[in-house]
Write a protein that binds this ligand. Structure first.
Ligand SMILES: C[S@@+](CC[C@H](N)C(=O)[O-])C[C@H]1O[C@@H](n2cnc3c(N)ncnc32)[C@H](O)[C@@H]1O
Length: 255
């Protein structure tokens, strides 16, 4: 028997909650949270408790007066001794194991279990891949959420694509390793702890940057990369020191 076998049927709701603003939650997502019997809140050792608090606040407010179980559990971290891809695969296996044991321990049969997913479950989020590993496979329902890219474009009041054109969404790691993607003029970048925009050699690059998007302490800045990159790095470092954590995303446009 695989370690992640659950041995009982349950329904799994993967609920996108947006990027930290309780008003990002759709009516459909709200209903799913209300309907769930249990809500599982992962706690990553490295994850900032403020992000856990946001999830807790959202679900407590929605399930007020109901008997919903709110279960916090520790997530394992990724083993950095493996290559990136292999490490991620193994990490997904481990997380599936932890999901299974938490559900086995805390949730009764025929139950509806919800996970609150930061942003949207489709974008740089592993929950669907982890859910696929569960056996028997639960009935899965996905509830769309506002992504950090949408929060960024809304904050800057910009469309993301040029008329009729494509754009690419990528990570800081890819930008650093492969440079500005070929064939497009617009790239949205997430998961970048290293301000990889500063490594690009393209002239005439415009950046729309945002941190803590949707939250009370949202910061945004825009300008030519060569003019604003130092300022972004300074603001980013200060905000990180002040809050103990930072999440930021940006859009680069070749003009
Ligand atoms: C693991 S990914 C999760 C993305 C999420 N599923 C979404 O739909 O936006 C985390 C990355 O999303 C971006 N992000 C998430 N929340 C953010 C926020 N409030 N402000 C800026 N960027 C954010 C950052 O680039 C961060 O490194």
């Amino acid at each position: 028997m695989a370690h992640w076998q659950i041995l009982r049927m349950f329904e799994l709701f993967l609920v996108g909650i947006g990027t930290g603003n309780p008003e990002h939650i759709t009516i459909q997502a709200r209903r799913a949270i209300e309907e769930a019997d249990s809500i599982l809140i992962p706690y990553k050792g490295s994850e900032k408790s403020e992000l856990v608090d946001v999830r807790l606040k959202i679900c407590k407010e929605i399930v007020k007066g109901k008997k919903t179980k709110i279960i916090q559990f520790d997530l394992p971290s990724r083993d950095l001794s493996y290559s990136y891809q292999e490490g991620v695969e193994k990490w997904h296996d481990n997380v599936a194991r932890v999901w299974s044991s938490t559900i086995r321990k805390h949730c009764s049969e025929d139950t509806k279990v919800a996970f609150l997913i930061w942003g949207d479950p489709s974008l740089y989020d592993s929950s669907l891949r982890i859910a696929e590993r569960l056996k028997p496979k639960p009935k899965i329902q996905v509830f769309a959420g506002i992504t950090s890219i949408q929060a960024l474009t809304a904050a800057h009041k910009i469309p993301i694509n040029e008329v009729g054109k494509s754009f690419i969404v990528t990570t800081g790691r890819n930008l650093l390793e492969c440079g500005f993607p070929h064939g497009v003029k617009t790239v949205a970048v997430m998961l970048d702890g290293k301000c990889s925009f500063q490594s690009l050699r393209e002239p005439k690059l415009y950046i729309y940057w945002g941190a803590y998007l949707g939250m009370e302490n949202e910061i945004i800045l825009e300008g030519w990369v060569e003019d604003v990159s130092k300022k972004i790095m300074e603001i980013r470092a200060d905000a990180r020191n002040q809050n103990g954590w930072i999440m930021d995303s940006y859009i680069l446009q070749k003009r």
